[in-house]
Design a protein around this ligand. Sequence first.
Ligand code: NDP
Ligand code: ZN
Length: 353
Amino acid sequence: MKGYAMLKIGESGWIEKDRPVCGPLDAICKPLAIAICTSDVHTLWEGAIGERHNMILGHECSAEVVEVGELVKDFKPGDRVLVPAITPDWNSLEAQAGYSMHSGGMLAGWKFSNFKDGVFSEYFHVNDADGNLALLPDSINTVDACMLSDMVPTGFHGVELADVQFGDSVLIIGIGPVGLMSVAGANMRGASRIMAVGTRRVCQEAAKGYGATDFISYKDGPLDEQVLKMTDGKGVDKIVIAGGSVSTFSEAVKCLKPGGKIGNVNYLGTGDVIDIPRVEWGVGMGHKQINGGLMPGGRLRMEKLASLIAAGKLDVSPLSTHVFDGWDHLEEALFLMKDKPADLIKPVVKLAD
Ligand code: NDP
Ligand code: ZN
């Protein structure tokens, strides 16, 4: 089979590989549509997870099941499915402790294009199919379904990590596709003021549609100065970080109220140390929590998030600004994500309706 792979850091291309083998609990699937992620850019061009040779990229897609193992109960060939980016081992101790995304070790629930071949491939392997896959509802098209692999669960997880409550003022740092879903999630959870950080106009427009009330450009000076000015020096209740760098945490801590919470879902591709400002962190006693997490996967969560789209409560269609037809456009779509032109939110390659 053909797959589009990271050949080494900074180099990618099509390669031939054997079709993966299906174990008793597994499924083999073929993609119906695939989306490119900023994480693919971190992995391939920044070498953020280290060197990988001939590893097929990609972790966001909707798919059709082509084969299942003899112990799989709830899926069969021909089923159209949602595929989460994170596919934990559900019988691991970490999963039993509530941290399935770290099943088998730190971040080890993230298998596609990390520890094994990803989904930019004619066929791909899914471990623990009954625990990880979810049926794709008929009312959700294959392109929108890709947003359920990672953008919706990650953006919403940022909101969970920040523990957004009714009436909270919330700062969302970064309004690419992940941060946009954090805006939508914070709005659903009853945030009052939602301040969004990002400069791309297309993202700002989408953020407004999802409930953002104020906009801030990180290019206009430190975020904390701007936020404190806009909040009469008080700061915000909660912050979701979905963009920026290791230095963003310092800005966030400075404009968070005592007792506030920061939820980070940004993938820190570079830098060694995250700075926490001593004084603004209450000289160690400010009750300002900082939490960072990889998105949870799992069938139940996928079904619940999909039900928001099916019920008309969440519209993910504004995210897919660039939709291509067919495998021939995959490389173009990947490079587009690297270059991030001003009109881009998310590139998707459609392979079937
Ligand atoms: P994008 O690159 O599309 O968006 C990044 C956002 O951050 C943009 O709005 C950008 O603004 C803004 N930004 C850039 N620089 C700064 C800065 N210095 N300060 C504040 N904001 C800044 O990324 P995605 O939305 O696709 O992904 C966001 C992050 O989430 C990535 O690091 C990705 O790898 C990670 N991720 C994490 C997952 C998880 O499970 N935790 C899963 C999936 C992704 P502008 O408008 O100017 O471009
Ligand atoms: Zn992703």
